[in-house]
Write a protein that binds this ligand. Structure first.
Ligand SMILES: N[C@@H](CCC[C@H](N)C(=O)O)C(=O)O
Length: 277
């Protein structure tokens, strides 16, 4: 087992990742390999698999694969984890991570505390994307007790429903149906947000390709942006999720900053059955 492929297990506020270093030797995972790695009984188990790849224009490129094997453009919690890893290698306090959604600046704010500039939210229906022209502040979408979400892209598609109460929400049932609603041609991450105060939002997220997670960094950014657009929140708020709290700031220059924790859980090598072919 000693010569197996090394992996790290990390999480950001409970959103957990298998992290593979593909900077020296490329790693190409099939959908079957990704889903096996992410399987919590037969594999290691995670919400996302993160491949750290070389970048010509940043400290590294980060590839994001959901537990179902689909590729995503953004993952806020994993970006903090990768920034912390890279910073630990060099001692840098500021670095840049390239993703499919662009270059993201990271600052190490303290032990296991990282801030990421998640870039500018995109608010046009084509950028989310939606199926057809629509006001992204009020989507024509309802299911059971939830209705009228707002949408934006944080490099990946998000819709946020504003709710009064979580107790009667069967997220396992409505989550997958909303994720794959016809209105979202590339599916979407679905947030359920309860406004506690102008600077505090309670959020649960059904993630595209991963299901209900303990936290979603890009979902927290989307919730703050959508809540502010609706006049429900200030431009800075604490977003409390099942696994922890992220502080989100939508700066006046339109950039969204996300600050939150990172943790290394364990490291090891993959058994041959889990190795890429
Ligand atoms: N957990 C992530 C988001 C991961 C990708 C998402 N499921 C998608 O498919 O867009 C986060 O912290 O942002």
């Amino acid at each position: 087992m000693d010569n197996g492929l090394p992996f790290l297990k990390m999480h950001g506020a409970g959103n957990d990742f298998v992290v593979l270093d593909a900077r020296t030797d490329p790693i190409a995972l099939t959908t079957a390999q990704s889903t096996l790695l992410a399987d919590r009984r037969r594999g290691i188990g995670c919400d996302q698999i993160i491949l750290i790849e070389p970048s010509a224009s940043a400290d590294a490129f980060m590839r994001i694969l959901n537990a179902d094997g689909s590729e995503a453009g953004a993952c806020g919690n994993a970006t903090r984890c990768v920034a912390a890893l890279l910073a630990a290698e060099t001692g840098a306090r500021a670095l840049t991570i390239e993703t499919n959604a662009g270059h993201l600046a990271a600052i190490i704010k303290g032990p296991n505390l990282v801030e990421i500039d998640m870039g500018e939210p995109r608010l046009d229906w084509q950028d989310i994307p939606l199926l057809e022209a629509m006001d992204t502040l009020h989507l024509r979408l309802a299911l059971g007790p939830v209705e009228d979400p707002a949408a934006c892209s944080m490099g990946n598609p998000h819709a946020t429903f504003f709710v009064d109460d979580f107790r009667h929400l069967a997220l396992d049932t409505i989550g997958p149906r909303l994720e794959s609603a016809r209105i979202f041609p590339e599916r979407a991450n679905i947030g359920f947000a309860r406004i506690e105060a102008k600077d505090r939002i309670r959020l649960r997220v059904w993630e595209r390709g991963a299901g209900l997670t303990l936290a979603c960094g890009s979902g927290a950014c989307a919730a703050l942006v959508n809540a502010n657009r609706r006049g429900l929140a200030d431009r800075r708020a604490e977003i409390e999720m099942d696994g922890g709290i992220l502080t989100i700031t939508w700066r006046e220059d339109n950039h969204v900053l996300m600050e939150g924790p990172v943790a290394l859980t364990c490291q090891g090598t993959l058994a041959p059955e889990l190795l890429p072919a």
